[in-house]
Write a protein of this length. Structure first.
Length: 316
C-alpha cells in the first residue's frame, strides 16, 4: 500500500540513496538539514512497505509581490527512479504526491497557493503531463566577459556578513524591491543573504560590496560562485537602474582577478533588458515551475514577470 509521509529531521538520511540514484552524485546530511530541518522546509516521500519510491522537498520562502508578503514553497529535490513505470498516470505516486503538497498550500500566509521551482526538463515535462505544474517563466543565461573599467565602482570582498553590514545591505534590498515594482521575488534582506551565502554548508562564495566611486555610497551587493570551471554570478542586490554600473564593476573585478568572465542566470523579461550589456544571452532548457492550482488571475498577472536568479536555487 502506498503511503505519503513527511520525514522527521532524524529521518532525512533515507533521502540519500534515492538522491544518488537519480542525480548521480551524493548529498550530505548537512545539506539536507540546511534545506529541511528545524522547520526550514519539509521533506516528503512516497513509501510502499519499507521502500521509499519518490521524493519532493519544499523550502519555505518569503516572497514579495508588490507590497504583499507571502510565505510560499519552493519545490526542490523532485526525484523518482529513472526507470520507474507508471509515472505518467494520474493515479500514479508522482501526481498523487505533488497534488498532496500543492493542496495544502492555500491559507492566510499564502492565499494564492504560490509555489515555484527549477525542475529538470524531464521532471517538468512529467509534472505538466499529469497536471501538477505550469510554466510561469523561463530561465535565460547571460555571459559577461571580464573587462577593464578604470572608472568602475569600487569593489571590496566581504569575508563574512556581520551585523555591521546590515543597514547597508537592507537599504540595498529595499531599493531593489521598490525598483522592481510588482515582480514576484524572494526577499533578499540581510537575514536571507547570511543564510544563503554564509550558512550554506560545503560551499563558499565571493561576496562583493560595490560602492560608488564619487559618492562613496553602497551601490550594490553581489554573490559569485567560483566552484566550477565557469564562475557564476548568483545574486545582485541593487536598485534596478544601477544594474549596468554594478555589472561593469563586477566585470572590472573579474579582470583584476584574471577571471575570464562569468555567467548570470535570470528570468527572461529581465535578462532581455540586460542583454545589451552582455556578450551573449540565450535561453536554457529550464522553465520555472508554478502551481497550476493557483487562482487564474494571479497566474495571469505574474506570468513572465518573476525575478529569479541562480542564487534562488538550493544547490548552486
Amino acid at each position: 500500500m502506498l503511503e505519503t509521509c513527511l520525514l522527521a529531521d532524524d529521518e532525512l538520511g533515507v533521502v540519500q540513496p534515492l538522491f544518488e540514484q537519480v542525480f548521480k552524485h551524493p548529498i550530505s546530511l548537512d545539506l539536507l538539514r540546511w534545506k529541511y530541518a528545524n522547520r526550514r522546509g519539509e521533506s516528503w516521500m512516497v513509501r510502499q512497505d519499507d521502500q521509499y519510491l519518490l521524493h519532493c522537498g519544499t523550502l519555505f520562502r518569503k516572497v514579495l509581490v508588490g507590497d504583499e508578503h507571502f510565505r510560499v514553497i519552493q519545490i526542490a529535490d523532485l526525484m523518482a527512479p529513472p526507470k520507474q513505470s507508471g509515472l505518467t498516470r494520474q493515479e500514479a505516486p508522482f501526481p498523487i504526491l505533488l497534488k498532496h503538497i500543492l493542496g495544502r498550500l492555500p491559507g492566510p500566509e499564502n492565499p494564492h497557493a504560490i509555489a515555484f521551482g527549477f525542475p529538470s526538463g524531464r521532471a517538468m515535462r512529467l509534472a505538466e503531463h499529469v497536471g501538477v505544474a505550469t510554466a510561469v517563466d523561463h530561465w535565460m543565461e547571460l555571459d559577461f566577459p571580464a573587462l577593464r573599467h578604470p572608472l568602475a565602482a569600487r569593489t571590496s570582498e566581504l569575508a563574512t556578513l556581520g551585523a555591521g553590514e546590515t543597514p547597508r545591505l537592507d537599504a540595498l534590498w529595499q531599493a531593489m524591491h521598490a525598483s522592481l515594482g510588482d515582480a514576484p521575488l524572494v526577499c533578499r534582506d540581510m537575514a536571507y543573504l547570511h543564510d544563503r551565502y554564509i550558512a550554506y554548508p560545503e560551499k563558499s562564495y565571493k561576496l562583493l560590496l560595490l560602492e560608488s566611486r564619487w559618492r562613496k555610497k553602497a551601490l550594490g551587493f553581489a554573490a559569485i560562485s567560483c566552484a566550477t570551471g565557469k564562475p557564476e554570478l548568483l545574486d545582485i542586490v541593487a536598485r534596478w537602474d544601477d544594474f549596468p554600473e554594478v555589472i561593469r564593476a563586477i566585470q572590472h573585478w573579474a579582470w583584476t582577478q584574471r577571471i575570464g568572465g562569468f555567467g548570470f542566470w535570470l528570468t527572461q523579461g529581465f535578462a532581455r533588458q540586460l542583454a545589451p550589456f552582455a556578450a551573449h544571452c540565450h535561453a536554457t532548457q529550464f522553465r520555472i515551475m508554478g502551481n497550476p492550482f493557483s487562482p487564474a488571475p494571479f497566474l495571469s498577472a505574474t506570468q513572465g514577470r518573476w525575478w529569479l536568479t541562480g542564487g534562488d536555487t538550493d544547490y548552486r
